[in-house]
Ligand binder design. Structure first.
Ligand SMILES: Cc1cc2nc3c(=O)[nH]c(=O)nc-3n(C[C@H](O)[C@H](O)[C@H](O)COP(=O)(O)OP(=O)(O)OC[C@H]3O[C@@H](n4cnc5c(N)ncnc54)[C@H](O)[C@@H]3O)c2cc1C
Length: 369
């Protein structure tokens, strides 16, 4: 029996949307998931082919359903995650509507929202969960000469496999997991340089014979709030069994300081030399994909949501899921999103039941993103 006569619309049917739907059902709200794609498996099918999870299966599950019955210490493949999410959605028994893209959310006079879809429909909603990820909004830095450069410029979001780059001169930009993994798999086939602003930092995948995620779990580091965490960890680091560090140290995967500009046929390095380059792949991150909230006035001028720990500071009944560091290090991961889902849905439910979000919001200082 639903406590809310109108649905809570969840925009996005990836792991965040599914975790939100589960939390909403537990809170006796009526979730309706609107997913633009054909299946509610998020962006996982579009990640590069060789991707395996950085966490073992035992630390890669959403609430209420173990990853599967296979070896809990293996690192699942991209395809296994897709199958897991498919199963998760099936067992959730929520109203998941695929092929429904949300174009705008507007506030309704008297409370609640109208959610507009690409097909021209308008759906009344008591509340909205923005769970649309960031993969649809890849970030490319502005660099001098890019317009004149005649080679290939690609964000890693559109990279799938190394074979098309065989024999080519390629620069991969970035110092995170994706940059290093992609550069490393290109290295045997192409002439690759990894371009980063500073030397790459590594964090060991295994410590004292256990996966890092075991220690994150038992120490509680996975749940630390962002302000505490950023005092402890000041720089992003690449998870490594030693293979990437060795590849860079041995010159198998050369690293250089980031180039300063494009030239018409390549790049200019900080020492002033120019080099012809066939392709530059930017693994430079993503930004929240929330364009449908722009007219609502819920976003800052740079497109990031005005929120505290995933709860909108501008619109009661609007919450976010899957933001990087939303509440902790694990917010934007399979293992962590469930905790955030319970939290934001509880805040939303409190608002919808008439308690109002004002006092709840005043207890927390704004999150700087
Ligand atoms: C390369 C890569 C590797 C990663 N590896 C790991 C890992 O090993 N372990 C881990 O835990 N995490 C990993 N992550 C982080 C994170 O878990 C994933 O990015 C995950 O896909 C995020 O899930 P999500 O549901 O928040 O977003 P997404 O998976 O991006 O799902 C968002 C969904 O919203 C839909 N959507 C978007 N806009 C609209 C709209 N307007 N209307 C309707 N639907 C919309 C999209 O179609 C999509 O299905 C990785 C991320 C990347 C990019």
């Amino acid at each position: 029996m639903s406590a809310s006569p109108e649905p809570v619309i969840i925009v996005g049917g990836g792991q965040s949307g599914l975790a939100a739907a589960r939390a909403a059902l537990s809170a006796r709200l009526r979730p309706v998931v609107l997913e633009a794609g054909e299946e509610s498996v998020g962006s996982w099918p579009d990640y590069y082919d060789s991707l395996t999870l950085f966490s073992p299966a035992r630390y890669s599950a959403l609430p209420g359903r173990a990853f599967d019955e296979g070896d809990p210490d293996r690192y699942p493949t991209r395809g296994e995650v897709v199958s897991y999410l498919r199963r998760y959605a099936r067992h959730l028994d929520a109203d998941v509507r695929t092929g429904v893209g949300v174009t705008a959310v507007r506030q309704r006079r008297g409370g609640g929202y109208l959610v507009h879809t690409r097909a021209g429909d308008e759906i009344a909603a008591a509340g909205v969960v923005a769970a649309s990820g960031s993969f649809g909004n890849p970030h490319l830095p502005e660099l001098p000469g890019r317009v004149e450069y005649t080679g290939e410029v690609r964000h890693v979001a559109r990279y799938r496999r190394p074979e098309p780059y065989a024999g080519k001169r390629v620069v991969v930009v970035g110092a995170g997991n994706s940059a290093v993994q992609v550069a490393h798999e290109l290295a045997p086939l192409a002439r690759v340089t990894l371009a980063t602003r500073a030397p790459v930092r590594f964090v060991p995948q295994r410590i004292r014979g256990r996966d890092l995620h075991h220690w994150l779990h038992v120490t509680g580091a996975d749940r630390l709030p962002r302000p505490v965490l950023t005092r402890l960890i000041r720089h992003a680091a690449v998870l490594d069994t030693g293979v990437y560090r060795d590849a860079i140290a041995s010159g198998l995967l050369p690293r250089r300081d980031m180039f300063t500009a494009f030239t018409p046929d390549g790049v200019r390095w900080p020492d002033g030399t120019s080099e012809p380059v066939d392709a530059v792949i930017f693994a430079t991150g993503y930004r929240p994909n929330l364009g449908y909230l722009a007219t609502l006035g819920a976003l800052a001028p740079d497109g990031t949501p005005r929120q505290i720990s995933g709860v909108s500071t501008t619109h009661p009944g609007l919450v976010y899921l899957g933001l990087e560091f939303q509440r902790s290090f694990s917010s934007n991961t399979l293992r962590g999103v469930g905790r955030d889902a319970a939290y934001v849905v509880a805040a939303m439910a409190e608002g919808l039941r008439g308690a109002g979000l004002g006092p709840w919001l005043r207890r927390r200082r704004p999150v700087r993103r």
